[in-house]
Design a protein around this ligand. Structure first.
Ligand code: SDX
Length: 427
């Protein structure tokens, strides 16, 4: 604790402790404010509110810094693997070689789904959005894995966490297979986490599937870039659902539902659709003008961020990965040129400069995912697959936080005061 914040209201003075973390903004501990002043604070969108203490991820939005347990996202994307980052987020330290292989073996052995869940898919239309399927199937997991729903049992919490991390690729791949009318492929335990996902998605029973190492590496890096991101909307949703004691499968299903929104994880799908709609660089000025027009609801998808007022460090890695995937697959996509040109024009436009709007993680990811072969409808499902690691790590941290209690915000009431009920004949 460093010092106190002084506050006066209706002629009375109050003091609230200021708490400091290891790095980043201090917080004013206002837990006693309502009890002492009878007033609430007002912060729609939580732009100035810290909802918890956390050791998982630190973001410096002004400097464009993103750390997971102290390790920079650029270092992790360059040198680590998604399984190693998952271990790091869950356990707090990078694993030894034995710890990593033990973790990978555990996850590998949880990749299969209860066979009856396959029939669950048959209830959806073939053209159901994969995120609708993910919400439904992940929520349904709590009906199949009762032996890992006791949130007060550390062992059951870890089993549920491993099951969720392990089964998301299987669930996502099955959602894709169902949408294209191809048979589901079972996991192949001889493959890596990411290689297994690529085979379940793009393989067919009629012939062997060779994992392309360059695609596997790029996909694994994309998973790393999406693993966790402090108290974003979907993570806050998981924490709020978990604060009521809901089982972990229900909490992650709630996070998936929140991530689907185009202002959040749905932006990767919206960004590629926008780039296709723009088509050629000649039409960029028209869309920039629309994004700046207060009367036009259109926004540049993949641009801007609540926290980053600098370049999203994940977008930097993503742009580099586009070039690597294009080279590995020997593909060109004019959409990438349009994206690069759009970024260049926007970053030289006073509106975007003044409002500190830069490309975020969603701006380039769709270009890569499309080159690998995913339809745009799968993009947010891939985001959910990767973010499950962060969600379960944040959920575990919340459950074991001594300060944790059920989340229950208040409001500024602006509705009618009490009034007499009038029978319908006299209204
Ligand atoms: C993700 O929180 C996380 O960490 C999320 C995420 C994660 O990993 O979990 O990083 C993933 O969700 C990334 C963001 C993906 N969303 C998009 O790309 C959608 C487009 N971006 C915006 O909708 C917006 O930038 C948000 C939602 C991302 C952030 O919105 P804020 O923080 O609430 O900011 P704001 O809406 O108040 O915007 C500030 C100003 C406004 O203008 P004024 O009212 O001040 O005049 O900037 C403008 C906005 O109109 N603005 C944009 C814009 N984003 C903000 N104008 C045009 N195009 C945009 N993209």
């Amino acid at each position: 604790m460093t010092d106190n914040a002084n506050f006066s209201l209706s002629g009375k003075d109050f003091q609230y402790p200021v708490l400091s973390g290891t790095v980043g903004p201090d917080v004013v501990d206002i837990r006693k404010l309502y009890g002492q002043t009878g007033a609430f604070t007002y912060d729609p969108g939580f732009t100035s509110t810290a909802s918890c203490q956390s050791k998982l991820t630190y973001i410096d939005g002004d400097e464009g810094v993103l750390l997971h347990r102290g390790y920079a996202i650029g270092d992790l994307a360059e040198h680590s693997s998604f399984m190693e980052v998952a271990y790091l987020l869950l356990n707090g330290e990078l694993p030894s070689a034995d710890e990593l292989s033990g973790f990978e073996n555990t996850i590998t052995r949880h990749t299969m789904l209860h066979e009856q869940l396959a029939t669950f898919y048959r209830g959806f239309r073939r053209d159901a959005h994969p995120m609708a399927i993910m919400c439904g199937v992940v929520g349904a997991l709590s009906a199949f894995y009762h032996d890992s729903t006791d949130i007060h049992d550390a062992r059951q919490r870890m089993i549920a966490s491993h099951r969720l991390i392990a089964k998301m690729p299987t669930i996502a791949a099955m959602a894709y297979k169902y949408s294209v009318g191809q048979p589901f492929l079972y996991p192949d335990n001889s493959l890596s986490y990411t290689g297994n996902f690529l085979r379940m998605t793009f393989g067919v029973p009629a012939e062997p599937y060779e994992v392309n190492p360059a695609v596997e590496k790029a996909m694994d890096r994309i998973f790393i870039l999406h693993a966790d991101h402090e108290q974003n909307a979907s993570t806050s949703t998981v924490r709020l659902a978990g604060s009521s004691g809901a089982n972990p499968f229900a909490c992650i299903a709630a996070g998936i539902a929140c991530l689907w929104g185009p202002a959040h994880g749905g932006a990767n799908e919206a960004a590629l659709n926008m780039l296709h709609e723009i088509g050629t660089p000649e039409k960029i000025p028209e869309y920039i003008a629309r994004a700046k027009d207060k009367n036009d609801p259109f926004r540049l998808m993949g641009f801007g961020h609540r926290v980053y007022k600098n370049y999203d460090p994940r977008a930097t890695v993503m742009q580099k990965t586009v070039r690597e995937v294009f080279e590995a697959l020997n593909v060109q996509d004019p959409v990438f040129e349009t994206a690069l040109r759009l970024e260049e024009i926007a970053l030289n436009d006073e509106y975007f400069v003044e409002k500190k709007l830069f490309p975020n993680v969603d701006f380039y990811s769709g270009v890569i995912l499309s080159a690998i072969g995913f339809p745009t409808s799968m993009f947010t499902a891939l985001f959910a697959l990767a973010r499950t690691v962060g969600w379960v790590a944040q959920w575990n941290e919340m459950i074991t936080d001594p300060d944790q209690k059920i989340g229950r915000p208040r409001q500024l009431y602006t509705g009618p005061t009490q009034r007499e009920y009038l029978p319908v004949g006299s209204r």
